[in-house]
Design a protein around this ligand. Structure first.
Ligand SMILES: CC(C)(COP(=O)(O)OP(=O)(O)OC[C@H]1O[C@@H](n2cnc3c(N)ncnc32)[C@H](O)[C@@H]1OP(=O)(O)O)[C@@H](O)C(=O)NCCC(=O)NCCS
Length: 188
């Protein structure tokens, strides 16, 4: 499968390149990325080199798709579709600390969702989102994208340092109206 470069109002979503290794290595030192994603801990430079290769292989094989979120020359973050099968995939994302709080996650993920649900993309029927219980920024992004909260999966998630956590799960169907719905864990 060839990488589908996607453009949004402010971002280009494109292939990860060898020249991204330094920015990737630096971003993955962030404690929140390590806590809430599956990046290895400690995160060493070779992990970034291997990740660039994994992303290329995922596109070639059509097994998973990862995009670099580019804000001009800056590698703002990553967004991708993982754990695919039977018309479903899991959406994952992170944004580097210096690029957070500007709506990049929702902007980028919306383009990825549109692509993933379209017949020209993956033609998925369902996209899942999972996050460690308490990861409010990620949950807010998912709610804004139109995901509906579906519950808590006990001890279902493991991060890159092996810590096990309860996970929140939400889903978005191709047929869903994407108007944000109330999430019981976010309404206080
Ligand atoms: C989660 C993450 C990707 C959000 O990135 P971002 O680009 O700052 O997100 P956005 O600017 O698009 O904002 C998305 C929503 O999160 C909210 N948000 C962002 N930072 C927040 C914070 N520190 N506390 C509470 N809410 C926050 C925004 O207000 C927005 O909510 P709204 O849509 O209801 O207005 C980023 O914090 C991150 O990389 N965290 C570490 C890795 C991670 O948790 N990845 C997800 C694993 S499931």
């Amino acid at each position: 499968m060839q990488i589908a470069t996607l453009r949004t109002q402010r971002l280009e979503l494109s292939a990860l390149r060898e020249s991204d290794v330094d920015a990737l290595f630096e971003a993955c030192q962030d404690p929140d990325i390590r806590r809430y994603t599956t990046v290895p801990t400690p995160y060493e430079r070779h992990h970034a080199v291997e990740f660039v290769q994994r992303v290329a292989k995922g596109w070639d094989a059509g097994s998973e798709q990862t995009w670099a979120m580019r804000d001009g020359e800056t590698l703002a973050g990553m967004v991708g579709l993982y754990r695919q099968g039977g018309g479903t995939a899991e959406l994952g994302y992170w944004v580097a600390p210096g690029s957070r709080g500007r709506g990049f996650t929702t902007e980028a993920a919306r383009a990825v969702i549109d692509w993933a649900l379209s017949p020209e993309g993956l033609g998925l029927v369902r996209i899942e989102w999972r996050a460690v219980v308490g990861n409010v920024p990620s949950a807010r992004a998912a709610r804004t994208l139109g995901f509906r909260f579906e519950g808590t999966l006990r001890q279902a998630l493991r991060n890159g340092s092996g810590a096990r956590d309860d996970g929140w799960i939400a889903g978005l169907l191709a047929t869903d109206d994407r108007t944000p719905q109330p999430w019981p864990v976010l309404e206080h």
